[in-house]
Design a protein around this ligand. Structure first.
Ligand code: ADP
Ligand code: ZN
Length: 619
């Protein structure tokens, strides 16, 4: 290529990007590209395939939506869930974009109309599931339509190394041969290096550029604590301390979800429960209720999650530990999508860890995959029970380099004190050894204190009976937990009545010889106020000033009426962020309103008059 040609094509590209920026402004109402959006869009506009790993809330969707609007032909978006598709399609329609979806929930007449629009070239974006797309008749029919691009959303679903493997994604590799001239874009929010390689191999994207943004989510304030006593009490405490906010509470089992939701309702929190054991209609109804509420708490298993793009979720609490760091980041990541501060709080225990390890050992899979899964569980607990910045640990896990501490997680703001407990550990290990793995934790602690109810002669005859009276029952429970995390004790889940025995023999021996020290952590919490005053790095933290509160409330009330009448979630009309900006700027004209972030041409045409009227009432 001569210099002149190179320059000309660079010009064409930057013109393409100018056009893309124009659409970003006019259609989506955003002033500038964010993160890696511009380079990804440039690549796809040039007709090349790519893979993009951008954090949740980073704006993955415009990376394929804008090129679909600019390139000739239909943009196909492959997505794993109907909820995800319907949310995006409804959002695009609000912005005035010609978008539709084809899935099993769509009525025949609507399907026929969608096909008519596809074949007449009237549609810009079509959302479809992988199994829907890969049906022979569908591929045949689409092969006769010009395609702008094929986007594969949630691309980590193709990899068994990822955290949400979906076998139907595997078929998508064939798209490379079926549509050799159509650019394909794989996007996901969470994939470590191994998963990324796997995605590229499976989707036949080996020789395409990879855009990996930072995994930082500066709007998320992370914390984790060991479970002590009844975990559900702690969850009720945490939730009631956060009134008038939307949140998600994840629990490990359906039964746990139902009970926790009930405890919250008993405490006056209107909590909804969601899990796969509920009727589909009930689930949909509750999901809708959650999305449409200004403040709602959903208690759920991980069946609830992907596709829940409610932007104003202010906290995610894990009542039981998640399954891996990927799952942790994905689940916590559902908070704060609008870029405002949000919290991720995790409760965890050694029992959660034993369960996770046990589940893997029972699963029928390749030993190599098993080994990786075990490693992932260990890494998760090293994060949860560790002493270094949580956000930084996650980012390093995903392969980021040069990561700095976040300055706002519980470990950055609080302090961890370590106390030597080797001698007490020797007593506990010796007792567990003598009891021979026959009893649970409670009875082990009672044994050390000589408080066992109706002890057997065997128990009272042991030299360890009552040797621990210098410490409290709580201190022993904490120590036992610590020993379990370190693998010095081992817990056999025993179908819900766990039994404690000694763990790794060599390590235990080293403790007895005093070669290995055991330390107990105590975490001092920073005073809540000192926690968060600065603005979240990256995006500005926003807040309604007291003077603007009444206008903000009026705008919210208007939005709520509008949402109800259209039967869509309020955030599809405007985000809280946009309403906050309107309340502060108080635009007096359409031109001024259009300058507000999140107000594009489509929304201006639809809602401009109504919003100006509400603002006018406060002039
Ligand atoms: P995700 O990457 O999690 O799929 P989305 O595509 O849903 O993220 O975008 C998250 C939010 O960020 C949306 O509300 C979207 O409108 C907004 N957004 C996307 N791009 C920009 C941008 N360049 N500037 C401001 N907001 C943006
Ligand atoms: Zn930190």
């Amino acid at each position: 290529m001569t210099a002149a040609v190179a320059e000309a094509s660079a010009d064409a590209l930057s013109e393409g990007l100018e056009g893309a920026r124009e659409i970003l402004r006019r259609t989506f109402g955003h002033a500038e590209f964010r993160g890696l959006q511009a380079p990804v869009i440039t690549e796809v506009l040039a007709g090349r395939s790519a893979m993009a790993v951008l954090p949740t809330g980073g704006g993955k969707s415009v990376c394929y939506q804008i090129p679909s609007l600019m390139r000739p032909g239909l943009g196909l978006v492959v997505s794993p869930l109907i909820a995800l598709m319907s949310d995006q399609v409804a959002g695009l329609q609000q912005a005035g974009v010609a978008a539709a979806r084809l899935d099993s929930n769509i009525e025949p007449e609507e399907k026929a109309e969608t096909w008519r629009r596809i074949e007449a070239g009237e549609l810009d974006l079509l959302y479809i599931s992988p199994e829907g797309l890969m049906q022979p008749w569908m591929l045949e029919r689409l092969s006769r339509v010009p395609l702008a691009l094929i986007a594969i959303d949630e691309a980590h679903c193709v990899s068994q190394w990822g955290h949400d493997f979906r076998p139907e994604y595997r078929m998508l590799g064939r798209l490379a041969d079926l549509f050799p001239n159509v650019p394909r874009l794989a996007v996901t929010a969470t994939a470590d290096a191994r998963t990324r390689d796997d995605i590229r191999a499976e989707l036949r994207l080996e020789n395409t550029p990879e855009f990996v943004d930072s995994f930082a989510r500066p709007e998320l304030v992370l914390s984790a604590e060991r479970k002590r006593g009844a975990a559900h009490k702690r969850v009720v405490e945490l939730v009631t301390a956060r009134p008038d906010r939307s949140g998600v509470v994840y629990a490990g089992s359906r039964d746990g979800v139902d009970k926790l939701a009930q405890s919250l309702r008993d405490a006056g929190v209107p909590a909804l429960a969601y899990h796969a054991g509920l009727d589909k209609a009930v689930r949909n109804q509750r999901l809708e209720k959650f999305l449409e509420a200004d403040a709602a708490v959903m208690v759920a298993t991980i069946a609830f999650g992907m596709g829940v793009d409610k932007p104003d979720v202010r906290f995610v609490i894990h009542a039981d530990a998640p399954a891996s760091i990927e799952a942790y980041w994905q689940e916590i990541g559902r908070a704060g999508r609008d870029g405002d501060l949000a919290e991720g709080i995790t409760l965890y225990g050694a029992a959660d860890m034993s369960w996770a390890l046990r589940r893997i050992s029972e699963r029928d899979m390749d030993p190599a995959v098993k080994q990786v899964q075990v490693g992932k569980v260990r890494q998760l607990y090293a994060l949860l029970d560790g002493t270094g910045c949580r956000a930084a640990t996650v980012r390093r896990y995903f392969g980021e380099e040069g990561v700095e501490a976040c300055g706002q997680c519980d470990l950055c703001t609080g302090q961890v004190d370590l106390t030597d407990a080797t001698e007490a550990a020797q007593k506990a290990l010796s007792a567990a050894h003598r009891l021979g793995g026959r009893y649970g934790r409670g009875r082990l602690v009672d044994h050390l204190l000589a408080k066992t109810k109706e002890p057997s002669d065997f128990e009272t005859s042991l030299s360890t009976w009552g040797i621990g009276q210098d410490l409290s029952a709580n201190a022993w429970r904490d120590l036992v937990e610590q020993l379990l995390f370190e693998g010095l004790l081992r817990e056999d889940p025993n179908d819900g009545r766990p039994l404690v025995g000694v763990g790794d023999a060599a390590a235990v021996k080293a403790v007895f010889r005093g070669e290995r020290r055991v330390q107990i952590q105590t975490r001092a919490e920073a005073p809540a106020k000192a926690r968060r005053t600065r603005k979240a790095g990256g995006r500005d933290a926003i807040a309604v000033s007291p003077a603007d509160q009444a206008l903000f409330d009026a705008l919210r009330a208007w939005r709520s009426r509008e949402a109800k009448s259209q039967h869509v979630p309020p955030y599809l009309i405007f985000h809280d962020r946009t309403l906050t900006e309107i309340a502060s700027v108080k635009p007096g004209s359409r031109a001024a309103l259009e300058r507000v972030n999140g107000v594009g041409e489509g929304k201006l045409a639809r809602y401009g008059e109504a919003v100006l009227e509400v603002v006018g009432g406060f002039a």
